[in-house]
Design a protein around this ligand. Structure first.
Ligand code: NAD
Length: 309
């Protein structure tokens, strides 16, 4: 059955959006909804994370203003559309849509969704920005499995066009349709996919990154050579090893494990070098070193000492 919900109906029905988690993704999601005119309630357990998120949003709005992509009025209106909360039940009050972007941890997400299910109005749609956790599993701990959906934004959210919309096994047509349209209202290009490990984005991206690490591990080529082949040969804006450093090697490992466990296929086994680097705390940009050294910032590419010839 097709549900023809139009933009006006969505704008009439949805005015307040709650975003759970104010880290890298949460602040970008809050920024994007607020700039599109929605009242946003940004929720985090950490007061410090909330302060940092608002400062980041302000900095990003200033950058847009400087490039003349927005006006001072839009900047002011965007900021005034955002309220912050440390208590979930208080923050989600009156929200018609909740987008969860808390830390990627299964038990944590299940706990948050159980709490959301009891705190939110029965018609509220509950979306998760998870990179890899099953939407069907998250939906199963709620009493509204038809209203739980994946809304996988890309980083940085205000810039990246794609939203991967993950339809859980029980997500309704109506909810899928509403979230597809809502993504368009935000100026994004949504793509609907079904709920299988890694969805589409990470099912394809992560094995490529893992294969690049295997190539390095086996001595096929060095860090610069592998990244150069993919940049110049495949027109990728950055090589897979640099991208892994940006994403975080711990995140890459955890997604490979989701693929490996989910499919039970050895082709998804994480490279032992990736496992070793994560165990050693070499996580990429966030720890200052991965395949490259980032202690001097992210502008210049310097191969990490252990990988330089
Ligand atoms: N970073 C990326 O590039 C990226 C891209 C797409 C999707 N994702 C997904 O987005 C989600 C968030 O990732 P991130 O990179 O923004 O993480 P992050 O670590 O930057 O931020 C997570 C935030 O969640 C908060 N948090 C933890 N428990 C909470 C709770 N119970 N209630 C409210 N807030 C809580 C933390 O305090 C933190 O501020 C994850 O599911 C991740 O897989 C990340």
């Amino acid at each position: 059955m097709t549900f023809n919900i139009n933009k006006q109906q969505i704008l009439k029905r949805m005015k307040k959006i709650a975003v759970i988690g104010s880290g890298t993704m949460g602040n970008g999601i809050a920024h994007t909804f607020a700039q599109s005119g929605f009242q946003v309630s940004l929720i985090d357990i950490s007061e410090k994370a909330l302060e940092k998120a608002v400062a980041t949003i302000e900095k990003n709005l200033d950058r847009q203003l400087k490039k003349e992509r927005i006006t001072q009025e839009i900047k002011d209106a965007t900021l005034s559309n955002i309220a912050t909360h440390t208590f979930l039940s208080e923050g989600v009050k009156g929200a018609e849509l909740v987008v969860e972007a808390a830390t990627e941890n299964l038990d944590l997400k299940l706990k948050i969704f159980q709490e959301l299910d009891s705190a939110c109005d029965e018609n509220t749609i509950l979306a998760s920005n998870t990179s890899s956790i099953s939407i069907t599993k998250i939906a199963s701990v709620t009493n509204r499995a038809d209203k739980v959906i994946g809304m996988h934004f890309m980083n940085p959210v205000p810039v990246m066009k794609l939203v991967e919309i993950i339809r859980g096994y029980t997500t309704s047509d109506e909810v899928t349709n509403t979230i597809m349209k809502m993504s368009k209202i935000l100026g994004k290009s949504p793509v609907e996919v079904n709920d299988y490990p890694g969805f589409v984005a990470n099912r394809i991206l992560m094995p490529m990154i893992n294969e690049a690490i295997i190539s390095l591990h086996e001595g096929v080529a060095g860090v610069t050579e592998i990244d150069t082949v993919m940049k110049l040969g495949m027109a990728h804006p950055m090589g897979p090893l640099q991208l892994a450093d940006f994403i975080g090697l711990d995140v890459c490992l955890s997604i490979m494990n989701v693929l490996y466990d989910g499919f039970g296929n050895s082709k998804y086994a994480p490279c032992p070098l990736l496992v070793n680097m994560v165990t050693a705390g070499k996580l990429g940009v966030k720890s200052g070193e991965g395949f490259y050294s980032w202690s001097h910032g992210t502008k210049e590419l310097i191969v990490a000492e252990g990988f330089s010839k």
